[in-house]
Write a protein of this length. Structure first.
Length: 704
């Protein structure tokens, strides 16, 4: 079948057709200084480009609803990364709405200043977008090329009016039809091109993902039209889910232009940071010579981290006998069965478990179903830690904690045979009787679960498998801006998570972007470390200081800060604990709280584990997904002065925390009631010294 016989050209009329509603930007959860579309679904940032004084933000967009579908490129522009102007849809799904023949998945944009593509004329600099074309069914294209059903291939479009309208290169698209012959079977998961100019070799570079193989493919081109495979990278580090939205970029270390490193940034879904469920973004530091990316040895991780030293082992599934012999009550196909000795017949190698035996329900392949229920026990430690792998289904291939028959905590695998640590913070459930239930009720498509080394501890177990860009659940598919100076790198991430992205309770839009962040590399503990700093134009949106107060000591308990608002910029600093004296175990600030504290989000620091945390378990509406009410942690050491510094950015439906110099960040969504405007500082287990808190209220960026 032949589709459209002329290049796709979109302008204002296409946008008006799908945006008749004029949002007030005052809906209950509408962010006031984070970018959101007027209405409908948004996910990955695309085509970030700074050009002629304008920051362009293109993004994955569904013009027809608030869930994923009809993928197109939305568009917004800004002069300060703070105030955004909505623009017409840049690339509308071809054939929308009745007969979609091509969707426009994620990609990037460059300014072809030397007109290497030949698209420019009359002195106009062409902007060139490279994106993944998704074809819902087999067809013959205007270029004469044929594609298979659900194929992902790489295409280009160009703009001669500074990114406002685009013409697809239909005479030759897709310009990269298939992955290299070695990976020809991966045409369904070959996507997300990120392109940039590499000046030393005078070539364009494209970095793409073979998503399911955890590989980056690097291509080169002289004209943005003809591309040559150059190298591949991976798999390394976190491989619990598919790799997506890759980009690589150079940055100087410690502002030393003679010490330049390259950073590969890769989205991972699922298999995000420890303690999260769903999406995450990792980075790898290394070098790039124009064809090959090589990782630094200290940026690569392997092996399974042992449990914390104070762990009390509840079940390691070692020894002999069946599950029943080990004190578990089996049901279904697990009756009479025993723990497995590693990999079962027909299964890919299982890795990451400890000892010789583990729970592995791949007994009759994925056809095996059943449950294992532990003996009752008393919750006596703050954390329940365990190694988990296998299928990614929070209901049907999962581990549950039950108290009085109710499921209060759940965890699942990441569609991987590699086990990694997950932890439940059960501090609020101490001294309650509970059971652990391991569930497998799925008969196909990763329909099994792997579990090992269930233990109780006052410390969270962690698998050091990656450098995480952000340790929270809601920072994904991050992309950096092309067109900036060589010493400047600004990135934006999708502030949502595929685990529950289509369920969050917002309307008429769904999803926001993170605060734009300036990246840098600094040497921390002898290692080149990614550091992030919010880069909005705060002076233009800070309405007034709500509070600026210091205390030489804050006693155990809480101090009310009153009603401070819903959109806030907070700076919080305090001294690290001195173990020799009776000081606090935790310190922090409660934000977006109701007067009765029934709703609250806690942001703080754990002195024992040296971690910052965000606890959104009581943050408001948490009912739409079982994994949403949780606490998230990120490692952070005190600075040379023995001080902890936190910058906290609160919006109507989000909290972003930047710890220290910005080496540790946590991004989380929250959905509190409109009356949740109160704040408190808290000190747990003792006093906290040298406390200073400054709160600035932020006005809406949509008012201008």
């Amino acid at each position: 079948m032949v589709i459209l016989l002329k290049p796709l050209f979109l302008g204002l009329s296409a946008f008006r057709a799908v945006s008749a509603e004029n949002p007030r930007y005052t809906e209950l959860y509408r962010p006031q200084y984070h970018f959101t579309p007027p209405q409908n679904w948004m996910n990955d940032p695309n085509g970030l480009l700074y050009h002629k004084g304008i920051y362009h933000l293109y993004y994955q967009y569904n013009p027809g609803g608030t869930t994923w579908g009809a993928m197109s490129w939305g568009h917004a522009t800004s002069r300060d990364l703070t105030h955004w102007e909505q623009q017409p849809i840049a690339l509308l799904a071809r054939g929308y709405p009745n007969n979609i023949t091509e969707m426009f998945f994620s990609g990037s944009v460059v300014a072809d200043v030397d007109n290497t593509s030949g698209f420019g004329h009359s002195g106009k600099t062409p902007l060139v977008a490279m994106y993944t074309s998704y074809y819902p069914y087999a067809q013959t294209l205007p270029s004469g090329k044929t594609v298979q059903a659900n194929q992902q291939a790489q295409s280009i479009a160009y703009s001669l009016d500074d990114g406002m309208t685009w013409v697809t290169y239909d005479s030759a698209n897709p310009v990269i039809s298939d992955p290299p012959a070695t990976y020809s079977d991966q045409f369904l998961n070959f996507r997300d091109p990120n392109i940039f100019w590499h000046n030393p070799t005078k070539k364009w570079i494209a970095v793409l993902s073979l998503a399911e193989l955890h590989k980056l493919l690097i291509y080169t081109s002289k004209d943005l039209k003809s591309w040559t495979p150059a190298s591949e990278f991976g798999p390394v580090n976190a491989v619990g889910g598919v790799w997506e939205c890759p980009n690589i970029f150079p940055m100087s270390v410690d502002d030393d232009d003679n010490n330049v490193k390259w950073v590969a940034m890769i989205g991972l879904n699922p298999g995000g940071p420890p303690g999260t469920t769903g999406s995450g973004t990792q980075y790898i530091v290394g070098n790039f010579d124009g064809t090959t990316f090589t990782a630094d040895t200290d940026s690569i991780f392997s092996g399974t981290t042992p449990p914390p030293r104070d762990s009390i082992i509840f079940a390691d599934f070692e020894g002999t006998g069946t599950f029943a012999d080990l004190g578990w009550t089996p049901s279904g196909d697990l009756i009479g069965q025993s723990p497995a000795n590693g990999t079962l017949s027909g299964q890919n190698p299982v890795t990451g478990y400890l000892g010789k035996r583990l729970v592995n329900t791949f007994l009759n392949g994925d056809a095996t179903t059943g449950t294992l229920t532990s003996k009752s026990f008393l919750i006596s430690k703050r954390y329940i830690n365990f190694l988990i792998g296998g299928g990614h289904d929070i209901n049907n291939t999962a581990v549950h904690l039950k108290v009085d028959g109710q499921i209060l905590r759940s965890a699942t695998g990441t569609n991987s045979e590699s086990l990694s640590w997950q932890s439940w913070d059960v501090g609020s459930l101490l001294n309650q009787s509970a059971v652990i239930q391991i569930v497998d009720t799925v008969t196909g498509g990763w329909g099994h679960i792997n579990v090992d080394e269930i233990s109780f501890s006052d410390s969270m177990a962690r698998s050091q498998v990656a450098n995480w860009v952000d340790w929270g659940p809601d920072f994904y598919a991050a992309q950096g801006y092309n067109g900036l100076s060589s010493d400047e790198r600004i990135a934006i991430g999708w502030m949502n998570n595929w685990q529950y992205g289509g369920l969050i309770p917002t309307s008429p839009w769904r999803s926001a972007m993170s605060i734009p962040r300036e990246f840098s590399l600094k040497t921390i503990d002898g290692k080149a470390t990614l550091v992030q700093a919010p880069t909005e134009k705060w002076s233009s949106v800070v309405s007034h200081k709500g509070l600026d107060q210091s205390w030489s000591s804050v006693d155990q308990g809480t101090k009310s800060l009153g009603s401070v608002g819903k959109a806030l910029q907070i700076e919080l600093s305090f001294s690290d604990r001195e173990p020799a004296i009776a000081e606090a175990s935790q310190f922090g600030i409660i934000v977006r709280a109701t007067a009765d504290l029934k709703q609250q989000t806690r942001v703080g620091y754990d002195f024992a584990t040296k971690e910052i945390f965000v606890d959104r378990s009581q943050s408001g509406n948490v009912s739409f997904d079982r994994t949403f009410p949780a606490t998230y942690y990120a490692p952070l050491a005190a600075n040379a002065k023995g001080q902890i510094d936190l910058r906290v950015y609160v919006d109507w439906s989000s909290v972003e925390v930047f710890g220290g110099q910005g080496e540790s960040t946590i991004t989380t969504q929250i959905f509190p009631s409109d009356s949740a405007t109160y704040a408190q500082v808290f000190s747990t287990g003792g006093n906290t010294r040298n406390v200073r808190v400054e709160i600035n209220q932020i006005s809406s960026t949509w008012d201008d």
